[in-house]
Design a protein around this ligand. Structure first.
Ligand code: GLU
Length: 274
């Protein structure tokens, strides 16, 4: 079986040790399997992404000895594909407009009946007259996936959604994430929608990424079923923590690949640190 994996950073800062670990883990797995590593630039959030960070990604990965198969896929160049997928979900009645602010979503979650998945928002479309009024006022909204409608659309298949990861076969529980945002007015695709589509369009057979995204797989499997896409295998790796025991963030300047290199570290040193 062919083995295609990917490293999918967002160019919103310099790569840090956590990214290096992810990229090296994926690269090593591809090498061991005689497969390929693809590189995808997740630059949907135009306000936070910068070309110099993208250039730095290529430079830092090359310095680490990581090779990927061209072409690099840049999400900002594929907005149309995300839009088509979103429209399909909307046309099938699987998505609804949500006009709630962040604060209102948080309040709705807090007052949800006991037992509802923590932090998982569930909502529904507004009555059409109210929706029309809000739209005519130009109010901002997000398209959310309706879990209720998705369950109805898939029928029994919803109950048997599953994926494989390093722990074995996992029964998918998309309820854990609730009605996720698929797109915003100023932001035509969410991470979830774009990443699921890209993995399929790029022929990714193995998704290798940090365990902070373990929960996301439960939703991604549902999106794959709704959009008729293959489910890849998943492998979630441990996260690299800073000296304070917290996971690294792009603002931790001292642990960027760049600053380690400037301080005289070699790629082998970086591997050893991980
Ligand atoms: N762009 C995501 C990140 O930088 C990676 C998402 C993924 O691997 O699915 O965290």
């Amino acid at each position: 079986m062919s083995f295609v994996t990917r490293f999918a950073p967002s160019p919103t800062g310099y790569l840090h040790l956590g990214h290096a670990f992810s990229a090296l883990t994926a690269f090593d797995a591809a090498q061991a399997a005689g497969g390929r590593l693809l590189l995808r630039i997740e630059d949907l959030d135009r306000g936070r992404c910068r070309p110099e960070y993208e250039a730095a990604i290529f430079e830092d990965l090359t310095w680490l000895g990581i090779k990927w198969t061209e072409p690099v896929r840049r999400q900002s160049e594929h907005m149309h594909e995300y839009q088509v997928a979103l429209n399909t979900l909307i046309a099938r009645g699987l998505a609804y407009r949500c006009f709630r602010t962040r604060k209102e979503v948080a309040e709705a979650i807090a007052s949800a009946p006991h037992g509802a998945a923590e932090e998982a928002f569930r909502g529904e479309a507004l009555p059409s007259a109210e929706e029309a009024t809000r739209l005519s006022r130009g109010e901002a909204f997000a398209w959310r996936l309706s879990l209720t409608r998705a369950r109805a659309a898939l029928g029994d298949a919803f109950e048997t959604l599953n994926f494989e990861d390093e722990t074995g076969a996992v029964r998918a529980e998309p309820e854990r994430l609730g009605d996720v945002v698929l797109a915003r007015k100023d932001f035509p695709a969410s991470y979830h929608l774009a990443s699921v589509l890209d993995d399929a369009l790029q022929g990714v057979t193995h998704v290798i990424r940090g365990e902070d995204l373990r929960e996301a797989a439960h939703l991604h499997v549902l999106l794959q079923a709704l959009l008729n896409l293959q489910t890849p295998r998943y492998r979630h790796h441990r996260l690299i923590l800073g000296d304070d025991g917290k996971r690294l963030a792009k603002r931790d300047a001292a642990s960027t690949v760049r600053s380690l290199r400037q301080a005289g570290a070699t790629p082998a040193d970086v591997r050893a640190m991980l």
